[in-house]
Design a binder for this molecule. Structure first.
Ligand code: URP
Ligand code: ZN
Ligand code: ZN
Length: 485
């Protein structure tokens, strides 16, 4: 028999989207929102959200799960533990990376990533592609094919020996992205500066975690950000600078945007809540906060807050890159006699991303609730071709919904996390908000502190090509060299 009424009605929802705030009941059928109105008829199930914010489920557009490595380190979270942790923090879609190792084909890399994720995820997921070896076949055949199949975003690295591309290789990939309408994310750090400095530090015996930060100063990020933007400008194609950490890189992005370029920015909790001082802890414990770019200082933290508030950043992701601390395959490689340059880069944060920003951003008035929804859900979904199915509350969208509890006064502790990591960099941090309930496609996956989802519930999402960028503004510089190609 045809399913007509509502499978579920969320009553008295105080809803925020990226643009609006309104009160309504939400009618859900077959995993989708089919009605938004006051006093909807009864559903088979009902949830009363009275007095609570009801927001779109988070879209975490940058996280690393079950990613292969070259150095013997092992990502602590697979698709099950990583998505379980995400769900418990209010995220309903994640976008990790299908990584191409040098020498491998992209198609094989994507197939391998499907084989580790099929039947494992508890929430929905899509893939970005990491292009580490842009051979002629990759550029001319594989990329157009995969973009056409719904893998419409690419990440390129300007650093890390096993992943980095030179400028010419970046141009090769950007020109395909331009032609095929894909979005290119760029990890912007100047690799030669880092290698040059690291070699000299190690030769002097400067091996502890704080030297990780010192080996990647702001100028290294600023220069590469400027170069990445310039390469995108040269080919008149969008670029998105990921995990921006510093005031100076933020200024580069803002300047490019003010010149009418299609330049997007992403930042992450570590650049709001950690500083270089967190790398300087007793023993080797500072390794727990080693990530790249590294956490900076209070001035950069303020610039990142400002960049969220003023629209320089469209995307707020976790960059969850989980490695256990006390584990031979984790951060403590070499223990107290270790060396920062061998510590795998990245920190966990998939579960704490939303609560930290809600608590310290919305509840302190640094950003408003619409901006929160925009950077944590709506814009990531739009930029990477998942909207309007994901990232908003509207008729026809997937019922990916979070009911927030904003009446709490508690602290973050690793004991309460659902990831597979033996620490959180935010241990002991006070927060005043946490999801009371997370729902993915109408199914409750988390409620009142408990994961109640199911391994294998999550579905792979093919991404559309990003929506056509706004027409190039008249004041943007013309690119006549492209007309002769
Ligand atoms: O340190 C970081 N960010 N590790 C994860 C890999 C990356 O570059 O995003
Ligand atoms: Zn990166
Ligand atoms: Zn990352």
């Amino acid at each position: 028999m045809e399913n007509t009424g509502f499978d579920l009605v969320i009553r008295n929802a105080h809803i925020a989207t990226a643009t609006d705030i309104f009160d309504a009941d939400i009618g859900i059928r077959d995993g989708r929102i089919i009605a938004l109105a006051q006093q909807l008829p009864a559903g088979k199930e009902e949830i009363d959200a009275a007095g609570r914010w009801v927001l779109p489920g988070g879209v975490d557009a940058h996280c690393h799960l079950a990613q292969p490595t070259d150095d013997g380190s092992v990502f602590a979270d697979d698709f099950f533990t990583g998505t379980r942790s995400a769900a418990c923090g209010g995220t309903t879609t994640v976008m990790p990376f299908a990584l191409q190792k040098k020498g491998a084909t992209l198609e094989q890399s994507v197939a391998n990533y499907h084989s580790v994720s099929d039947g494992e995820a508890c929430i929905d997921y899509a893939f970005h592609l990491i292009v580490a070896d842009p051979t002629t076949d990759v550029v001319e055949r594989e990329l157009p094919l995969l973009i056409g199949r719904g893998y419409t975003s690419l990440k390129l690295y300007m650093t890390y020996d096993d992943l980095k591309l030179n400028d010419r290789e970046i141009l090769d990939v950007l020109s395909v992205a331009r032609r095929e309408g894909a979005m290119t994310m760029i990890h912007a750090e100047n690799t030669d500066c880092i290698a040059w400095l690291t070699e000299r530090m190690l030769a002097k015996g400067l091996t502890t975690p704080p030297f990780h930060g010192l080996s990647r100063p702001i100028v290294v990020e600023r220069e590469a950000t400027h170069r990445a933007i310039s390469l995108g400008e040269f080919l008149d194609t969008p670029v998105l600078i990921v995990h921006v950490s510093s005031e100076e890189a933020t200024a580069q992005i803002r300047d490019a945007q003010s010149r009418g370029l299609s330049v997007y920015g992403e930042t992450c909790p570590q650049y709001l809540f950690l500083t270089a001082a967190d790398l300087d802890q007793p023993g080797f414990q500072g390794a727990m906060c080693i990530c790249s770019p590294p956490p900076r200082d209070a001035k950069s933290q303020q610039a990142i807050w400002d960049g969220l508030a003023n629209g320089t950043f469209q995307v707020f992701s976790s960059d969850h890159a989980p490695f256990r601390y006390d584990d031979p395959q984790g951060k403590k490689i070499g223990g107290k006699h270790g060396n920062f340059s061998h510590v795998p880069n990245g920190i966990p944060g998939i579960e704490t991303r939303l609560a930290l920003l809600f608590s310290e951003g919305v509840m302190t008035g640094r950003i408003d609730i619409n901006k929160f929804v925009s950077v944590t859900a709506t814009e990531p979904a739009r930029i990477y071709g998942l909207s309007p199915r994901k990232g908003t509350i509207c008729i026809g969208a997937d019922a990916d919904i979070v009911i927030w509890d904003t009446d709490i006064d508690t602290t973050i502790s690793n004991e309460r996390m659902h990831h597979n990591v033996d620490y959180t960099p935010y241990e002991g941090r006070r927060i005043h908000a946490w999801p009371a309930l997370t729902m993915c496609r109408g199914s409750t996956v988390y409620r009142d502190g408990e994961f109640i989802g199911r391994k294998g519930f999550g579905e792979f999402q093919h991404c559309d090509r990003p929506k056509p960028a706004k027409p190039k503004p008249k004041f943007a510089r013309p690119t006549p060299w492209l007309d002769v190609l």
